[in-house]
Design a protein around this ligand. Structure first.
Ligand code: ADP
Ligand code: MG
Length: 266
């Protein structure tokens, strides 16, 4: 039996106890290699409830990508702890962590990160095949329909627009039915119209599938699709706003923009 067909439908729904999908506790990441150590994350505490969409904002270098990478188990924190659902990552071996990432976590990056030699369909099913699961064709059809790529399955990435490529990347992330989807500036390379489509798609995975999305963005309009906006500065959370509109977000960012940028502790 494949992992996918073993996943009952109800597990996709919002957990009624609303237990956290992701939790980080005193998360610290210091990059020490070469020269002055850089404290990219400085004791971050945060809880991301299941079935919620969080935007992570902040100036360049504030630690957004590092937060995503450590929370997703792609990078190990210097200290502090990370839970994905019930599972605490720090004690896990590299092998177990890789397996957890493949089954519980989806990633969407600004640069799409598709494999150019593979077709759309092969790109979407790659993580499933890597994890040894047999693709559940009914679910894959639904995912492909949802991202509107049904007539592009045999194309290669180079034959698609940027927006279509990002939708392939989202389909690839959804294919495994991950609990959490981490997105690092997923609309950074897209025009406004295409960005809106991609954001609508992320929003609907939260609303309709009860998945949890944590998305880094620079764009207040993109962030306004989220239920919550968290702002980082110098590796710390400096604002955590429930459902602010784009105006409020822009205001908040402008107020941070007045701060000197290079006072990060080395
Ligand atoms: P953001 O995504 O908000 O732009 P990052 O998380 O990428 O910020 O980076 C936070 C800080 O950590 C920055 O000062 C950055 O230069 C530093 N940093 C990020 N990755 C590395 C790395 N691999 N090695 C050394 N320093 C790094
Ligand atoms: Mg970044």
């Amino acid at each position: 039996m494949s992992l996918l067909s073993a996943t009952p439908e109800h597990e996709l729904l919002i957990d009624p106890t609303n237990q956290a999908a992701v939790r980080v506790d005193q998360l610290t990441r210091i990059y020490a290699a070469g020269g002055q150590p850089v404290t990219a994350l400085d004791g971050v505490d945060a809880t991301f409830a299941r079935g919620t969409f969080t935007a992570v904002m902040g100036q360049s270098g504030s630690g957004k990508s590092t937060l995503l990478q450590t929370a997703a188990g792609l990078d190990r924190p210097t200290s502090g702890r990370v839970w994905i659902g019930e599972t605490e990552l720090s004690a896990m071996s590299e092998t177990k962590l890789t397996k957890l990432r493949r089954t519980k976590i989806g990633f969407v990056f600004q640069a799409f990160n598709l494999i150019s030699a593979l077709t759309v369909e092969e790109n979407i099913t790659l993580p499933l095949r890597l994890s040894g699961a047999r693709p559940d064709s009914r679910w894959l059809t639904e995912v492909v329909d949802r991202v509107g790529l049904g007539d592009r399955l045999h194309h290669r990435p180079a034959q698609l627009s940027g927006g279509q490529q990002q939708r392939v990347a989202i389909a690839r992330a959804l294919a495994m039915r991950p609990d959490v989807i981490f997105c690092d500036e997923p609309t950074g390379a897209l025009d406004t119209q295409t960005a809106a489509e991609v954001l609508g798609l992320l929003r609907s995975t939260v609303d309709e599938q009860g998945q949890t999305v944590i998305m880094v963005t620079h764009d207040p309009v993109a962030a306004s699709y989220a239920d919550r906006v968290m702002v980082l500065a110098d590796g710390r959370i400096v604002a955590d706003l429930p459902q602010p509109g784009a105006d409020r977000i822009a205001e908040q960012l402008a107020s941070l923009g007045g701060r000197p940028q290079l006072n990060r502790e080395g």
